[in-house]
Ligand binder design. Structure first.
Ligand code: PBG
Length: 326
């Protein structure tokens, strides 16, 4: 036998040397849920280990993550019902706690990368990412609202905006709005191929942002489609996106691979709330081993072609990574 692949697996030093896929904590983006100041922090029931935090707690969390090598964070606001309306006006109101918190976080940690979510759902009394009129999501009127939201976030000091709304033409529209307000340095990580997925359930629990009527299928993509992901990717590239994202990650590894092969932009993947919940539940039951299953999950996403992973596992992975270096 000339070729014996097992020789390259014979001890852990060799296995490390021939390892093809490596995840560093700095490849990960950690999602953080920021509570309205009037509501105390609380654990999210369907996301064990993940909390809705007060600003002070967010500061501590970021500090701990920096120690572990995580440098990028995506912030989501938990907005009380009475601040929601049909046109998401609170999203760009001057006193908005999300905007003032972005400002405070960047002042305290100028070296981190802070990313926002651009979509109407946390602020919408309809629970949709776009403006609802007569039961329909109105694309171009939504763009105007998203534009105000993005500019307000840029004014607050955001580094990357993350349009997660799936309206047509939003990347170009937002790029133009940012540039014309002198925010040409603010990046856009577009949720390029965002599918109408069942795996966002725990996230919507966290924000209490589920659609009050209908579903998101007229704007989020059909899980059956792949060519459409490429079409969205071409549009986002042409419209000036700095990063392309696939969401969710695990059921869409083929889509991650496809975009990686067809773009020179950095590809990110969102390992969403339902994927986290699924693994946590199995581990709680003792059916899977967390410390080996969790990194295997993240490896599969990176191996498929994701340069960057948004994941609720970020902090926990970084802890394991640090221990392994010892
Ligand atoms: C809002 C948004 C969603 C997620 C990120 N941004 C939910 C949705 O589209 O309904 C989901 C993230 C997750 O499940 O972890 N536009």
């Amino acid at each position: 036998m000339l070729s014996r692949p097992r020789r390259n697996r014979k001890n852990s030093a060799i296995r490390k040397m021939v390892e093809e896929t490596i995840i560093r904590p700095s490849d990960l983006i950690y999602p953080i849920f920021l509570n309205h100041p009037s509501i105390p922090g609380s654990e999210i029931q369907s996301l064990p280990g993940i909390y809705r935090l007060q600003l002070e707690e967010v500061m501590r969390e970021i500090e701990e993550c920096i120690e572990l090598g995580i440098l990028t964070f995506v912030l989501f606001p938990v907005v009380p019902e009475d601040l929601k309306d049909k046109t998401a006006t609170y999203s760009y109101a001057e006193e908005n706690f999300y905007l003032t918190s972005i400002h405070a976080i960047k002042r305290k940690f100028p070296g981190i990368v802070l990313m926002s979510d651009v979509a109407m759902d946390p602020y919408s009394s309809d629970g949709h990412d776009g403006l609802v009129e007569n039961g329909e999501i109105i694309n171009d009127k939504t763009l105007a609202i998203l534009g105000k939201m993005a500019v307000a976030q840029a004014q607050a000091g955001i580094d990357i905006i993350g349009p997660s709304d799936m309206m047509d033409g939003r990347v170009g529209f937002l790029r133009n709005e940012l540039d014309s307000h002198h925010f040409d340095h603010v990046s856009i990580m577009s949720y390029t191929a965002k599918y109408a997925s069942a795996f966002y359930g725990p996230f919507r629990d966290a924000l209490d942002s589920a659609p009050r009527g209908g579903d998101k299928k007229t704007y989020q993509m059909n899980p059956a489609n792949k060519n459409e992901a490429l079409r969205e990717a071409r549009l986002d590239e042409a419209e000036g996106a700095d990063f392309l994202m696939v969401k969710p990650a695990l059921n869409y590894l083929d889509v991650i691979h496809l975009l990686k092969q067809n773009s020179v932009l950095p590809i990110s993947a969102y390992n969403v709330s339902g994927e986290y919940a699924m693994l946590m539940a199995a581990c709680e039951k003792g059916w899977l081993d967390y410390n080996t299953a969790m990194p295997e999950m993240l490896l599969s996403i990176k191996r498929a072609g994701a340069d960057i992973i948004l994941t609720y596992f970020a902090k926990s992975f970084a802890r394991l990574y640090k221990e392994e270096l010892r």
